[in-house]
Design a binder for this molecule. Structure first.
Ligand SMILES: *[C@@H]1O[C@H](CO)[C@@H](O)[C@H](O)[C@H]1NC(C)=O
Ligand SMILES: *[C@@H]1O[C@H](CO)[C@@H](O)[C@H](O)[C@H]1NC(C)=O
Ligand SMILES: *[C@@H]1O[C@H](CO)[C@@H](O)[C@H](O)[C@H]1NC(C)=O
Ligand SMILES: *[C@@H]1O[C@H](CO)[C@@H](O)[C@H](O)[C@H]1NC(C)=O
Length: 356
């Protein structure tokens, strides 16, 4: 009898111990918020509140979003960071910092400082007068102050260190700026320009670290030579992908990957992850039928060849009826379905480590 009691007691305490360990693991793995910096790939509508033509807060944008709302996301529905937020069990979409509908109680679980048409380079954000990366960091500092006032300093610091900070930008530095505007191309070779951009990325990550961020995802470039806009203008190449742009993306991604290794070695407690969308995007574009897509070379909105933003709205009577059959929504941005595939890929292969 006594022996049986002892056995029960032992089992009982083991059970309690397991529960405590499980709880500790879970508490440790908690991701309280998704904090986003970048360009139109992750802008949730900040550009609606600044004077720029780089906008998408009108139909047909958002026609598959909740309530069919055009929020300023460059998509028919949700963008990758929305899916990532949902996958971490937080919320179904990440709100834009400048949107007056939201306040610090919403932003405490996720916020986007991103601005369509921006880049690492100040000269890129100047092209369409959008929010430069350095100003996104200033907004982030203000946000931290508000978060401290809202949660208390200790809880706010803890939230910041456990939250995932996502950076997604760089395409515009090449396509909107370097290969389109006269300035940078006369100052730098493509390789020198990459080194310049990577140094800005490094600086930015160091500043995030100094501000208490520990879990950071540095996003790589997609195969940007395959964006419908670039294919449309690639007349000599029979509207195939522009291989020069894809090679630049591969080279730049290699630099960012090396930067990731270096900063992880140098900064104690830092968990920087390189999120590379290149190969999954290329696979979707080369074998669209694997994913149930019917078209990867032209986009859904308008003629699908060159429209985005206001041009997409003007030509919308030509838009496709089912965006989920298209890899691209407008000539520069993926559809919600593509975003969900890429987000899942990045989640499973890269971001899942932040749960450990
Ligand atoms: C945020 O807004 C909601 C209503 O949308 C309001 O109930 C809440 O008090 C606000 N919170 C703060 C901290 O201002
Ligand atoms: C942050 O605090 C400042 C100063 O108190 C205030 O003006 C601003 O509205 C706050 N922002 C948010 C998002 O709560
Ligand atoms: C970008 O502009 C900001 C604000 O003027 C400045 O502090 C920063 O040094 C500039 N960045 C580069 C790389 O020149
Ligand atoms: C990245 O690091 C690898 C290995 O050290 C090196 O071979 C490669 O040249 C580096 N890439 C760039 C773009 O600097």
């Amino acid at each position: 009898m006594e022996w049986k009691m002892l056995k029960l007691l032992t089992l009982w305490s083991l059970h309690i111990l397991c529960l405590i360990l499980l709880h500790m693991k879970k508490a440790n793995a908690e991701v309280p918020a998704i904090i986003v910096f970048g360009d139109s790939s992750v802008d949730a509508g900040n550009n609606n509140y600044i004077p720029t033509v780089a906008r998408s807060n009108f139909q047909p944008y958002g026609r598959d979003f909740y309530g069919g709302q055009a929020t300023g996301r460059f998509c028919n529905g949700r963008i990758p960071t929305d899916f990532i937020s949902e996958d971490f069990g937080i919320k179904k979409y990440v709100p834009a910092y400048l949107d007056p509908k939201y306040n610090i109680s919403d932003f405490a679980t996720g916020v986007s400082f991103a601005s369509a048409a921006t880049g690492y380079d100040n000269a890129t954000s100047d092209v369409l007068s959008v929010i430069p990366l350095w100003r996104q960091l200033e907004y982030y500092k203000d946000y931290q102050k508000n978060l401290s006032a809202y949660l208390g300093e200790t809880k706010a610091k803890d939230t910041i260190s456990k939250s995932i900070h996502l950076m997604s930008l760089g395409t515009n530095d090449f396509l909107e700026n370097y290969y389109t505007m006269p300035g940078r191309a006369s100052q730098y070779t493509p390789q020198q320009y990459q080194i310049f951009l990577a140094s800005i990325a490094e600086n930015f990550i160091r500043k995030l670290y100094d501000l208490g961020a520990r879990k950071i995802s540095l996003g790589g470039l997609p195969p940007m030579g395959c964006l419908p806009l670039e294919r449309t203008t690639n007349i000599m190449g029979q509207n195939g992908c522009v291989s020069n742009y894809n090679n630049i993306a591969l080279e730049f991604n290699d630099r960012l990957k090396n930067l990731t290794t270096k900063l992880n070695q140098e900064l104690p407690g830092m968990r920087l992850a390189f999120s590379n969308p290149y190969y999954i995007m290329l696979l979707i574009i080369k074998k669209p039928d694997l994913y149930g897509f019917e078209s990867a070379s032209v986009a859904c909105c308008a003629t699908g060849m060159f429209e985005m933003g206001y041009a997409c709205s003007r030509g919308r009577m030509f838009s496709c009826t089912d965006a989920s059959k298209y890899v691209f929504w407008d000539s520069f941005h993926p559809t919600e379905k593509t975003n969900s595939i890429v987000a899942k890929y990045v989640m499973d292969n890269v971001l899942a480590q932040f749960l450990e």
